[in-house]
Ligand binder design. Structure first.
Ligand SMILES: O=C(O)C1=C[C@@H](OP(=O)(O)O)[C@@H](O)[C@H](O)C1
Ligand SMILES: C=C(OP(=O)(O)O)C(=O)O
Length: 430
C-alpha cells in the first residue's frame, strides 16, 4: 500500500464540492450505536480505514451492522451490557482514536480483550488513558510498563473518575467518559483547554446525562442509551486541505458544502482568517446536534501570524496544512503549544519541517511547534509522507504552488481518513 503521487503546479482550484464524513463523529456513531438499545442509522459515515477498524472491533464483539445503499450503516444496538468477549485480538490499525476510546470502553466490560495496531500506532503513548482508567479500577497491561500497545484489558468493577487531564485531548476525555458509562455515580474530566466535544454531544443525543461546565464535563453513569439517526457532517480536517489549496493558489474560488463547523474543531477557520484568508461561512445549520455550514474560499494574500494557546486543540490535526499556508504567507508564522504534534501518526513537527525544508522553505522545528519564514518559492522535488495521511495531503497542497512537480512517496496512508483525496484534488484543479 506504499504508492506515490506526482502533483504539478495548479492554475487555480475551482468548483463546488463535498468532503467525506467526519472521522471523529463516525467513530463515535459506531460506538454509541452499538451500546444503545434499538437501531441507529448512520448517514454520511466515513468509509475510511480508521473507521473500518472501529467497525471491525464492534462486529467482533457481536454487533450486527448492515451496510445499506449509499454507504449508510444500520447498527443493531446491543444495549450498554450487550457486547460479547471478542474471540481474537482487536486490530485498531493506524487509528489512535479507535485504540484510546476502545481502551476506555473495554475497561467497563466484564471480559478480557486485547487491542493492537500497526507499527505507527504501536509507538504512540497510551499511558495517558491507561493511567486514569487504572485509577478507576480497570486492569490494563501493555508494553513499556503499560504505555504501548498491544494492550490487554480485564474490565469491570469501575469507580467513577474525577480527573484533571494535563493535556487537552479528546481521546483522553472520551476514553474516561466511555468508561464512566459503566461506573455508578458521576465521572468528571477537566482539561486545560476545551478539546473536541463530539463525545459529549453524541452521548447527550443518545440520551445520556452529560453536563459540560467551564473547564470540563460530567457524566452520570449507567444511562439508558437509545438508538438514533445520525447524520455525519463533512470532516473539517479533510476540508482544510482544500481551504488552504484555494487560498494559496491564485485564481481560485471553491465552495465546500456541508462541513462540520463545531467550534471545538473550527480553529482552522479562525487561523486562516487571521492570516488574511477569504473564507465565508454560508447556510449555517445543525445536523444531529452538530453545527454545519458551507464554506466559500477565494485565493488570498496571506500573512504570517503567531498561533498558540486554546486554538491549538481546536485545530490540532490541521497544523501540517497550516504550515503549508504559512510557507506561502508573507512574513513569519510561529506555532507554539503544539507539542502533541510529536506523538501523532508520526512526529508531525519533524515531518513537515523536513518535507517543506526539502523543497526550499525556511522552516525551523521547535520543541512545541515550528517557525516558518514565508514567502520563499518552493521548488519541485521528492518528499516522503512518513506513512502519515495528513503529511501526504499537506504536501499535495504545497505542490500546487511549487515551481515544479512534486512527488510524494508513501501515499497509501491517505486511505485512513480520506480515501478519495487524490481524485477530488485532481477534480478541483490539481
Ligand atoms: O477524539 C478524536 O476523535 C480525536 C482527537 C485528537 O487526538 P488527541 O485527543 O490525541 O488530541 C485528534 O488528533 C484525532 O485526530 C481525533
Ligand atoms: C491524529 C489523527 O488521528 P488518530 O489519533 O485517530 O490516529 C489524525 O487523524 O490526524
Amino acid at each position: 500500500m506504499i504508492q506515490k503521487q506526482t502533483i504539478s503546479p495548479s492554475r487555480g482550484v475551482k468548483g463546488d464540492m463535498t468532503v467525506p464524513g467526519d472521522k471523529s463523529i463516525s467513530h463515535r456513531s459506531i460506538m454509541l450505536g452499538s451500546l444503545a438499545e434499538g437501531v441507529t442509522e448512520v448517514h454520511g459515515f466515513l468509509h475510511g480505514e480508521d473507521n473500518h477498524a472501529t467497525l471491525g472491533a464492534f462486529r467482533a464483539m457481536g454487533v450486527l451492522v448492515d451496510e445499506l445503499p449509499g454507504g449508510v450503516l444500520r447498527i443493531h444496538g446491543r444495549g450498554l451490557h450487550g457486547l460479547a468477549e471478542p474471540g481474537d485480538v482487536l486490530d485498531c490499525g493506524n487509528s489512535g482514536t479507535t485504540i484510546r476510546l476502545m481502551t476506555g470502553l473495554l475497561s467497563g466490560q466484564n471480559f478480557f480483550s486485547v487491542l493492537t495496531g500497526d507499527r505507527y500506532l504501536r509507538k504512540r503513548p497510551m499511558k495517558r488513558v491507561v493511567g486514569p482508567l487504572a485509577a478507576m479500577g480497570a486492569r490494563i497491561w501493555g508494553r513499556g510498563g503499560g504505555d504501548l500497545a498491544p494492550l490487554a484489558i480485564q474490565g469491570g468493577g469501575l469507580a467513577p473518575a474525577d480527573y484533571d487531564s494535563p493535556i487537552a485531548s479528546a481521546q483522553v476525555k472520551s476514553a474516561l467518559l466511555l468508561a464512566g458509562l459503566y461506573a455508578e455515580g458521576v465521572t468528571t474530566v477537566r482539561e486545560p483547554h476545551l478539546s473536541r466535544d463530539h463525545s459529549e454531544r453524541m452521548l447527550g443525543y443518545f440520551g445520556a446525562d452529560v453536563r459540560p461546565f467551564p473547564g470540563g464535563v460530567s457524566l452520570v453513569g449507567h444511562p439508558r442509551l437509545t438508538g438514533r439517526e445520525v447524520h455525519v457532517p463533512g470532516d473539517i480536517s479533510s476540508a482544510a486541505f482544500f481551504m488552504v489549496a484555494a487560498l494559496i493558489t491564485p485564481g481560485s474560488e471553491l465552495l465546500i458544502r456541508n462541513v462540520g463547523v463545531n467550534p471545538t474543531r473550527s480553529g482552522i477557520i479562525d487561523i486562516l482568517q487571521e492570516m488574511g484568508g477569504s473564507l465565508q461561512l454560508l447556510n449555517e445549520r445543525e445536523l444531529s446536534g452538530e453545527p454545519v455550514a458551507d464554506i466559500l474560499v477565494k485565493s488570498s494574500d496571506l500573512k504570517g501570524i503567531e498561533i498558540g494557546g486554546s486554538v491549538v486543540p481546536r485545530a490540532i490535526d490541521e497544523f501540517p496544512v497550516v504550515s503549508v499556508a504559512a510557507a506561502f504567507a508573507e512574513g513569519t508564522t510561529i506555532i507554539s503549544d503544539a507539542r502533541e504534534l510529536r506523538v501523532k501518526e508520526t512526529d508531525r513537527i519533524a515531518a513537515m519541517t523536513s518535507a517543506l525544508g526539502g523543497l526550499g522553505a525556511r522552516v525551523e522545528a521547535r520543541d512545541d511547534g515550528m517557525v516558518i519564514h514565508g514567502g520563499q518559492a518552493l521548488s519541485g522535488g521528492t518528499v516522503s509522507s512518513r506513512g502519515d495521511h495528513r503529511i501526504a495531503m499537506s504536501m499535495a497542497v504545497a505542490a500546487l504552488r511549487a515551481t515544479g512537480s512534486v512527488t510524494i512517496e508513501d501515499t497509501g496512508c491517505t486511505a485512513t481518513s480520506f480515501p478519495d483525496f487524490w481524485e477530488l484534488i485532481e477534480r478541483v484543479g490539481a
